[in-house]
Design a protein around this ligand. Structure first.
Ligand code: NAD
Length: 328
């Protein structure tokens, strides 16, 4: 395993992180009896960064991860979230997120999390996120219930705006830097780099598409993206390449992402991700994969409040604009 420092924090995280949403059965049922072996395999492989949320299975993923991680808790970096409680349930108020973290700590069987993140901020009122949610997260840090604070979400431009205006330690973006997309770099990565904010990339398989798994009903990707993904999977398999290994390998090439979070539902998926650490793709295979995804490159889908999507779609945040915001 390789490790990187998470922005300006003192946390050292594995470049492949364990995304625990599958433990909430969000993609498909994952047998609870497998939890200890799954988490144990990840720890044995050197994975020390674990990410979860109360939203994943309405507390189920936190409960399962808390139990499976208990023997390793002191040696891992544990991140959870707050603010999103259901598909359409959000509470970014100070009171709501404080109560949410208390409940998470109980489920995770720990006194402190290493990272608490406001979850999917594009669904919130952005002024509230900046003026109320993040100050409340910082108060929880002050009280010793979280070591660092961050935000997560879908739109790189929206995340860039918030990290330019509020003192967070980390930012997590998903489905915007993998074989399908690279527009996280147009808006977010440079701002995070300039500010020393830990950059976390999630969903290397575009939420399962590049793994070739049956997609859940809620999956938001448009048909053309799914079809291109199916072509990539089938081409990779016929070329003797594991599409999941190739996909995470591509994400590991990012120069400033501290960790790429992958959702694991079985020990073989941990193995296939970790195989990317020593992987060298055939140039012709990679070229063909890039050609297959080219027609849908950087395709996004509606997510969150329309007014936030408008901010989120503004891609380039120039260094000059970023500095202007700082000085204002
Ligand atoms: P992902 O791209 O990692 O895909 C996960 C899916 O792919 C699961 O169904 C999993 O079983 C399957 N998979 C994994 N390895 C595979 C393999 N080798 N072969 C075939 N299928 C495989 O997407 P994700 O789970 O959405 O993202 C990873 C993690 O990132 C999440 O669990 C979560 O912790 C985090 N995340 C956070 C946010 C947010 O905060 N807004 C959003 C998305 C993801």
């Amino acid at each position: 395993m390789r490790y990187r420092t998470l922005g300006s924090t003192s946390l050292s995280v594995s470049v492949i992180g364990f995304g625990a949403s599958p433990l909430g059965n969000v993609f498909s049922p994952v047998p609870r009896a497998d939890d200890a072996a799954l988490v144990g395999r990840a720890v044995d492989a050197g994975i020390n960064f674990f990410d979860v949320s109360p939203y994943y299975g309405a507390g189920l993923a936190e409960e399962r991860l808390g139990a499976a991680l208990a023997p390793y808790r002191k040696n891992v970096v544990l991140a959870t979230k707050c603010g999103r409680n259901g598909a359409d349930q959000f509470d970014f108020s100070a009171k709501g997120i404080t109560a949410s973290l208390e409940a998470s700590l109980r489920r995770l069987k720990t006194d402190v999390v290493d990272l608490i993140q406001a979850h999917d901020i594009e669904f919130g009122d952005i002024d509230q996120v900046i003026d109320e949610t993040i100050p409340a997260l910082l108060a929880l840090k002050q009280q010793g219930k979280a070591r660092t604070v961050g935000i997560t979400g879908y739109w790189p431009g929206l995340l860039a705006r918030v990290v330019s205006e509020a003192p967070v330690d980390t930012v997590l973006n998903y489905c915007h830097w993998n074989l399908f997309s690279d527009d996280m770099d147009a808006a977010l990565s440079p701002v995070a780099e300039r500010r020393g904010i830990g950059l976390i990339n999630a969903s290397p398989l575009h939420m399962g598409i590049l793994g070739g798994v049956t997609l859940p009903e809620w999956h938001p990707a448009p048909p053309a993206v799914r079809a291109a993904g199916a072509q990539v999977v089938s081409f990779c398999r016929s070329s003797g390449v594991d599409p999941a290994t190739l996909s995470i390998w591509a994400c590991l090439q990012h120069p400033s992402v501290a960790s790429t979070l992958m959702g694991f539902a079985g020990v073989e998926q941990v193995d296939s991700a970790c195989a990317a650490l020593d992987f060298a793709p055939n140039a012709l295979v990679l070229q063909k994969v890039r050609r297959l995804v080219a027609p849908v490159h950087n395709t996004s889908w509606p997510q969150g409040r329309p007014e936030n999507e408008d901010i989120g779609r503004v891609l380039a945040v120039s260094e000059e604009d970023d500095i202007k915001v700082t000085k204002a």
